[in-house]
Every structure is written in C-alpha cells, then in structure tokens.
Design a protein around this ligand. Structure first.
Ligand SMILES: [Zn+2]
Length: 447
C-alpha cells in the first residue's frame, strides 16, 4: 500500500515526532490503568510547576488557597483546586497568558461549546498534533490503520473548510480522505454522496451522529445501494441506540462512537466490546465529579478537563459543560483505561434552509461563533428557528457588537445556507431546561 507511507510522510512534515509518538500511544493503550496514571501524573506535575512559574492566574489562585506546586502530585490532588468555568477564563483573560507565550507556537480557536457558552482559546502546536495522533489511535479501536480511506460527513467545526483550495485537495489526497459537508443535506446531495461513496469505496465513514443517521434514513427510504465500509465512526453528539441500530443495518457494519474536545483536550473512543468509551490519559486528565468538584469512582457527573500539554493556554479542572457517566471496572478488550458509558448533554438539533436542506445546528452555531472577531464578548447564546426562512440568534453579551460586524455575519450565513436569514438579538438571559442548562439549538419547525 502506497498510501500509508505517503500519509505518514505528510504528517512527519507537520511534526517530525509524529510517527514515534503515534507508536508510543499505540503501545500505551495496553498498559494497566495504574501505569497510565503514573505517566499522566509525571506530566501533570510538569504542568503544575509550569503554571505556578508562568501563568499569573494560577500563581494568584495557588497563593490565595495556600497551595504550592508540591501539593498537586496526583490526580486525586486536583480536588484541592476549584472548578474552572468559561466565565472565569473570560474574566481573567489576560492572566491566562503565560509569560513566555511569545516564544510558543500555537493557534487561536473559538469553540461554541456544547452548552452555548462560546470561548476563544489558544492551542499549542504540539497539543493539536497530539489530538490527531489520539484520534487515529481511537479509530484504530474500530479497525483503522494510518492511511486507510475515509470519508468525513461533517460541518466546518470538524475541520472542514468550505472552500476546496488546492492545498485542501493535496491534504485530502495524502490523507486518502474525502470531506462531504453536512451543510448541504437535501435529497439530491445525499444521492450524490451515495455515488461518491460507491466510487471512492472508503473503509471508514466519520461524522456527526445525526447527519449519518439522516443519511442512513435517506438510503433506506430510497432503496439505494451503498458500498459497505468496515466501520462507521460517530462523534460530537449523542448516538442514541435507535440511531446506532439504523446506521449499522444500512451500512452493514459496526458503529463506533467517539468523544473529543479541543478546548479541554479530553477524548474517549469506543472499542469492539461496545461497553463504553475508553478515556485517553495522555493529552489531559478527565475527572468525573459532583457539582462541587468531588471526584466520583463511577456514576454521572461533570466532565472536567486538565490539559497536560497545552502550555499556550493551560486549563486546570476546566468545566467542559458536558456530563459523563463513568463506569466501574475495566473492559474485557484488555485496554487499561477507564470507561465512559455515556456522555449526557450532546443533544443537537437539525435546522433547515429555505429550500429544504438540512443544516446541522451545532455546526452552524460553531461557524457563527468562529467568524466573530471577539467571541468572548458573548456570555452565552442560542439559535431558534421559527420558520424555514429565519433563525434567531439570541445573545447575552458583555459588550454589543458593531452593527457592521453582525451585518457581515448575516450575509455570510445567508450565502452559505440558501438565503437563510438570521436576526441577531440581544437578550438579558436565556431560558433553561429542567437540567439547568439551556438548550442552545431549538427548532420550532413542524418537520
Ligand atoms: Zn475495550
């Protein structure tokens, strides 16, 4: 196979440590949890020493709490520190900048978050690279090898650029992948997707659970023939049992769910036992805690993330906004890591364009937030679709945007979504659900 060396070469150009790191990660999955935790804590101690020396926010926090770096040696010691919310980060934005930030290689990103609270953040080059290597390992649980053919069915928040530039085409070629947009999902485009899949014959398909489910329904309803991949990977939102069943039967293969957040660096992937998602330990620490921040051995709690390699923006006990269900015991597959049996709070809704195309709500939401020049002005926001022609973007803001900026965004959204209009509205607060969270994508259409 020519694709594997080409794939590795393309990654080695990005970072020459890619392949050795990937091999090390592969070996590490079979270590016992105790061994994985030991390595994790070596990196945790490095990070704690780093923030004490370099990040004003943590230096002040530690002093206030009477804590020195030597007090945080193990994962259990994290309980001594408070939960970090997006609001705290925004309020102390400057204090989260490490003294030596100028000498670091990093990217700036914005996340819509899973609860409608946007955040701008930095991601170190190495941390981003590690997330890719972990992703490949995670897909490996479902049979993926480097360079295998894969098709992505997702919005831009899953690393898809709307314009297909020459660079994109080269990247897609070397990665042996094709990207299809979940923005354009009407009957015609879904028929085209079927043709593309049947001629490209990917070994794997990856995308938002709801988009793949929608696609599976279309294939079934129209009696289309689809070339069966080895596995389907779903991500970013809740995969309900009925969705898994449908996808599995239409594509005639196994379905593997995954979870990953770049802002907190936590990730988890399902293995062939389908008894939960294996929590990665190499890039961050994932804690499942009570509301007060007490670590749970099992059961439902907040997912907190502590980044171990993101020196450009260290986050310690960062509240991801998601809830996870931690399983007790280990998996029969032999991997040492702990298991998340479920992630709560990943309900996302589909919106619709004036011409009847399905639009992935979370993807559109992330697109809007990432186009904003200063997303951190937003405290929280929500999209409501009242009719096919219009969505309302409710915003709780610290500072209002310039009219020109919102008008620019409006045009952009209209152009990308068949003339779908958006009305930006400043509100004092958003309504909450019973769980205390607000639903951030609401469709009031009767479909
Ligand atoms: Zn397993």
């Amino acid at each position: 196979m020519l694709h594997k060396p080409l794939f590795i070469l393309a990654h080695q150009i990005g970072d020459r440590n890619f392949y050795p790191t990937y091999k090390r990660l592969l070996a590490n999955q079979w270590q016992s949890y105790a061994r994985q935790k030991e390595s994790q804590e070596i990196q945790l101690r490095k990070m704690v020493d780093f923030v004490w020396e370099n990040v004003p926010y943590y230096h002040k926090l530690f002093r206030e709490l009477g804590i020195v770096p030597a007090d945080i040696r193990q994962v259990e010691d994290l309980e001594k520190l408070p939960i970090l919310t997006k609001e705290i980060i925004k309020k102390n934005w400057e204090d989260f900048k490490p003294k030596n930030l100028r000498s670091m290689k990093y990217y700036e990103r914005s996340t819509g978050g899973s609860t409608g609270v946007p955040l701008k953040y930095r991601i170190s080059k190495y941390d981003r690279f590690l997330s890719g290597a972990l992703l490949y390992r995670g897909w490996g649980y479902g049979g993926y090898s480097l360079g295998d053919k894969i098709v992505f069915l997702a919005g831009s928040s899953l690393d898809i650029h709307p314009k297909s530039t020459l660079y994109d085409r080269i990247v897609q070629k070397t990665r042996n992948s094709i990207k299809l947009s979940a923005f354009d999902m009407d009957a015609n485009t879904m028929n085209e997707f079927v043709d593309i899949l049947n001629s490209f014959e990917p070994k794997f398909i990856r995308g938002y659970a709801s988009s793949i489910y929608l696609f599976a329904n279309h294939i079934e309803k129209n009696g289309l023939r689809i070339c069966s991949p080895k596995s389907v990977f779903t991500t970013a939102e809740k995969l309900y049992p009925h969705m898994r069943k449908k996808i599995s039967s239409v594509f005639n293969c196994d379905v593997f769910d995954g979870y990953g957040l770049n802002d907190g660096g936590v990730s988890a992937y399902e293995c062939r036992q389908h008894s939960g998602l294996h929590i990665d330990t190499e890039r961050s620490v994932m804690e499942i805690t009570s509301d007060e921040g007490k670590q749970l051995d099992y059961g439902t709690g907040k997912i907190l993330a502590t980044t171990l390699h993101n020196f450009a923006m260290p986050l310690i006990r960062y509240d991801t906004g998601d809830l996870g269900v931690l399983k007790s015991g280990i998996c029969s597959c032999g991997r040492g890591s702990k298991l998340l049996s479920e992630i709560v709070g990943r309900d996302k809704e589909m919106l619709m364009s004036p011409t009847g195309k399905y639009i992935h709500g979370a993807a559109l939401y992330n697109d809007i937030v990432s186009e904003m020049k200063n997303a951190n002005n937003l405290v929280e926001c929500q999209i409501i679709q009242t009719c096919k022609e219009l969505i309302i973007f409710n915003m709780v803001c610290k500072k209002q945007f310039e009219d020109g900026e919102l008008e620019h965004l409006r045009h952009l959204i209209k152009r990308k979504n068949d003339g779908l209009d958006v009305q930006f509205k400043y509100v004092n607060k958003l309504s909450k659900t019973n769980a205390g969270k607000h639903k951030f994508i609401i469709s009031e259409l009767d479909t």
